[in-house]
Design a protein around this ligand. Sequence first.
Ligand code: ZN
Length: 270
Amino acid sequence: MSERPGVLSEAQIQRYARHILLDEIGGTGQARLLRARVLAIGAGGLGSPAILYLAAAGIGTIGVVDDDRVSLSNLQRQVLHTTAHLGRLKTDSAAVGVAALNPEIRVIEHAQRLDAHNALDLIGGYDLVLDGSDNFATRFLAADACHLAGRTLVSAAILRFDGQLATFKSHLGPPHPCYRCLYREPPPPETVPSCAEAGVLGALAGTLGAWQATEAVKELLDIGDSLSGRLMLYDALSATVRKLAVPRDPDCPLCGPQATIRDLSCHGRA
Ligand code: ZN
């Protein structure tokens, strides 16, 4: 790291040269990225490419929440992990992978599940959150906690050949919608197949995870058009992308004026 905060070292100027060339980033933006703290929920199919690109981009501190261990069926898409790391905690494997790519990045390992007891503290310790979890219970918990903690959320999901991506920053007020403006309640678990049941194209995880990292960098630097208020739908089989408007719902139980969700007790907090 540089001796003086905000001033890049010679090695950093070389490492991030292609960023520094971009008018929208430059040396000032790169220094901001080095000071940024991003939390990745899940170090799986989406988290793997997202974490790698965040680390390569010089996001100074990356938190990783995952209580799972690397298994052989993960390696078809979870490119942060290797065959040599089978059986290791994904947080541990992620820290090793990031260190090999960019040793100046600090990885904070949270080898636990995101739950109603830890979500606000965990999320409150970071500037921005990437959700790459694989189930609706965690997605709703992450979305509620990000709104309540006042943090921007970049959320992605994949199944079979389909992916979707959206940014939520409803804590800033209208017109920004929250996740519950888009999906009011989690669907009954038995109605939604998982990737383990229905399959997923490995490279699709790379597409959506890298896309999350791109939107995270844009939000951290406040450049370009935010995806807040939009839902991107990617159909890999037909090679089509659709962008749908997501309006703020005035009856939303999380971000509406009559909001009923004021803490995480609906997620099982005692
Ligand atoms: Zn809402």
